[in-house]
Design a protein around this ligand. Structure first.
Ligand SMILES: NC(=O)c1ccc[n+]([C@@H]2O[C@H](COP(=O)([O-])OP(=O)(O)OC[C@H]3O[C@@H](n4cnc5c(N)ncnc54)[C@H](O)[C@@H]3O)[C@@H](O)[C@H]2O)c1
Length: 311
């Protein structure tokens, strides 16, 4: 068999997760891994940890060999570079898996799709990472059975008191704090995962943003003086989800990577016949997840709780 070839652009933190995931594929010894990074120290460190990877000084050199039909390029660089790197990789005749957020704006995303179609290649985005987690699958089953009746409201809350990328999480990786490099703060960083799950569950034909807000709660900061910090730490919106059957409901969305409020994590879907709720998984990995289903039983509240283990 011919080997699967995977090319990593960017050898930073998330590239390590991709390299580790590749080693769990059914025939890892039949996967060849190539890698490049603008920063030679980062590249050298990656190659120490993954000595089977072939290192290249730049992307062009790495992708100069003739493409094979199954070649995949993983774009694992900061968001401001995603569109350009993905488009040039697609143009070499390779499929692309791009880290989230896919692009800085809708125009870039459309352009990336157009280039993928032009070259008849697949374009994927890592925002699908939480798509089939067990509580969401159980929610999908209950929605399909119409166990909740008509949906009239949904709520998504993920508030962390101090977990800002570039500050408390991955300190020193300052591109997270610059809008020009990241595209935005907590919203651009985490909403791609969250709306991928919500939109997949509800399959809306249209989502209207009725109101939205951004905030930057004041906190002490210990950043190097020259650091640009112009992204939001807290955000919220009221959205109307229009469904294929003509019905619609309101979704209240809120997330924070820094807040003076209490930490909270919740997805709740309210229907006329019942409500389901579960915790959004991000804060505590390895914890078991539960989904609670409340409904009426002869005038009393009946509550069923399902637990799911994950790692
Ligand atoms: N860190 C996480 O936990 C995490 C999780 C999921 C997704 N992501 C996403 O993955 C992407 C990368 O994040 P990260 O945390 O690995 O960042 P990082 O800063 O650790 O790594 C990015 C690397 O890309 C390199 N780079 C930048 N421009 C380049 C170019 N043009 N060509 C080649 N290399 C280039 C940088 O030198 C750097 O080493 C982002 O889109 C981020 O949102 C990160």
């Amino acid at each position: 068999m011919s080997d699967q070839r995977i090319y990593l652009i960017g050898a930073g933190l998330i590239a390590g997760s991709h390299a580790a995931a590749i080693r769990t594929l059914p025939e890892p010894d039949h996967v060849s891994l190539s890698v490049t990074d603008l920063n030679p120290d980062v590249l050298a460190d990656f190659c120490k940890r993954y000595p089977h990877a072939r290192a290249y000084a730049d992307t062009q050199a790495m992708l100069s060999e003739p493409a094979q039909d199954s070649d995949i390029v993983i774009v694992a660089t900061p968001p401001s570079t995603h569109a350009e790197l993905s488009c040039s990789a697609l143009a070499t005749g390779r499929h692309v898996l791009c880290e989230k957020p896919l692009a800085m704006n809708q125009d870039q995303a459309r352009q990336m799709l157009a280039v993928a179609r032009e070259h008849n290649r697949l374009l994927g985005c890592c925002s699908v990472r939480f798509l089939h987690w067990p509580p969401a699958e159980e929610a999908r089953r209950l929605l399909k059975e119409r166990a909740l009746g008509t949906i009239f409201h949904a709520r998504f809350i993920s508030r962390e008191q101090r977990n800002r990328p570039g500050i408390e999480y991955q300190p020193g990786t300052t591109w997270f704090l610059s809008q020009a490099k990241s595209g935005g703060g907590t919203l651009m960083d985490r909403a791609p995962y969250e709306f991928t799950v919500l939109n997949d569950l509800f399959q809306p034909v249209c989502v209207a943003v009725l109101a939205a807000w951004l905030a930057n709660p004041a906190t002490a900061l210990h950043l190097p003086l020259e650091t640009t910090f112009d992204v939001e730490q807290q955000a919220g919106a009221t959205l109307r989800y229009h469904l294929a059957d003509g019905r619609s409901f309101l979704l209240s969305y809120e997330r924070a990577s820094a807040t003076h409020s209490n930490p909270q994590s919740l997805i709740e879907i309210e229907g006329l016949e019942g409500t389901i709720s579960w915790l959004w998984p991000a804060p505590t990995w390895g914890q078991s997840l539960t989904l609670t289903h409340n409904y009426d039983s002869d005038g009393l509240v009946e509550s069923k709780t399902l637990s799911f283990a994950f790692s």
